[in-house]
Design a protein around this ligand. Structure first.
Ligand code: FAD
Length: 311
């Protein structure tokens, strides 16, 4: 069996979640990677070095300069013939492209898997992560998105895949790129950070989020937020962790002034160690926390920052 993995990339780097999708695919059989874009030489080299990939397909054309779902889906459908499984990470691009691929192939997409049971059977969360569904597909081709946090990323080095150029089929011309507004941050990417410090409505305003900076600096952490904090305009939308935000599973997740609503837990409860600071001892976040501190964050956070700076 051979699986094709769409390797999502940004700013000349393959996104870590793409390597997690490679790990999921490797449990199904041989893995080929697909890189799509324009001016791809560095990316193709990086893709060929990923352990577990035996061949990299390179689709380098101006039409792919921006990751529009329609032409990429048409490309994948044109390449789909030999593949039993087609996978992509559950990134914005993966989630945009693969459902279209499934529709064009007339198969049921299998989204956001967290485990592979066998070549036909996969586990995926439902009801905001409160239940796990084990789904079996008898479709001839399985079209799958993979939740990055649940599979260790395949090593970025150690592979020596061959590469093959593939040509672009006619574009369906259904969409055009207008503009992208991306936030830039020196901090690690939220979805793949080893440590995440998140603030909630308890932070009271955006200015107070700066209290989290020294802790994030000391721990090399990404900063996240609850939806209440995002909706109140304290921090930008891409900070949001949860059912309708990013799914994270870092080694350490610190929730500060976050109550622990079910929709927030859906995005972080697989974190290895959870620490919560909340002034309400009955806050639901303490039910999932490994370490809980009942305290006023405006006292506890500066103290924690000062202690970390001493360390
Ligand atoms: P609150 O629930 O208001 O909690 C604030 C907490 O801060 C309280 O526990 C309080 O005790 C504590 N606090 C206040 N002051 C202090 C202080 N000085 N010191 C210490 N602690 C203090 N939410 C998400 O986060 N992510 C999602 O993706 C998401 N998706 C949703 C999707 C749907 C369809 C719906 C309906 C809701 C969704 N929500 C999501 C919203 C979710 O239900 C909650 O409303 C939200 O998570 C609450 O955020 P919060 O914990 O910051 O705020």
């Amino acid at each position: 069996m051979t699986a094709l993995v769409l390797l999502d990339h940004i700013d000349g780097h393959i996104i870590q979640a793409s390597r997690s999708a490679v790990t999921a695919a490797a449990s199904l059989g041989e893995v080929h990677g697909l890189v799509v874009g324009h001016g791809l030489d560095g990316i193709v080299q990086a893709a060929a070095g990923i352990a577990g990939i035996s061949k990299v397909l390179k689709a380098d054309a101006e039409i792919y300069a921006k990751p529009l779902a329609e032409p990429i889906a048409a490309l994948i459908v044109a390449l789909a013939g030999p593949y039993d499984h087609i996978l992509a990470p559950s990134t914005a691009t993966g989630k945009n492209v693969l459902p279209r691929v499934a529709a064009l192939l007339d198969v049921q997409p299998i989204s956001d898997i967290i485990a592979v049971v066998d070549a036909e059977t996969f586990v995926r969360p439902i009801y905001a992560g409160n239940a796990l569904a084990t789904v079996r597909s008898s479709d001839t081709k399985k079209v799958i998105t993979v939740r990055g946090a649940n599979f260790d990323p395949a090593p970025a080095e150690g592979g020596s895949a061959s590469t093959e150029d593939v040509s672009a089929p006619d574009s369906p011309s259904l969409s055009k790129f207008v503009s992208a507004e991306l936030s830039k941050s020196e901090r690690p990417e939220l979805a793949s950070a080893r440590v995440v410090i998140s603030g909630g409505r308890g932070m009271q305003n955006g200015e107070n989020f700066k209290l989290l900076d020294p802790i994030a600096d000391s721990l090399g952490a990404a900063i996240g937020a609850s939806r209440a904090a995002v909706d109140a305009g304290y921090v930008p939308n891409d900070y949001q962790v949860g059912q309708t935000g990013k799914i994270v599973a870092p080694d350490l997740y610190v929730a500060i002034g976050i109550s622990g609503a079910i929709q927030h837990l859906a995005g972080m409860k697989d974190s290895k160690v959870i620490v919560a600071i909340n002034k309400d001892e009955d806050a639901p976040i303490f039910q999932v926390a490994d370490y809980g501190l009942v305290a006023d964050l405006f006292k506890a956070v500066p103290e924690l920052a000062a202690e970390l700076q001493k360390a």
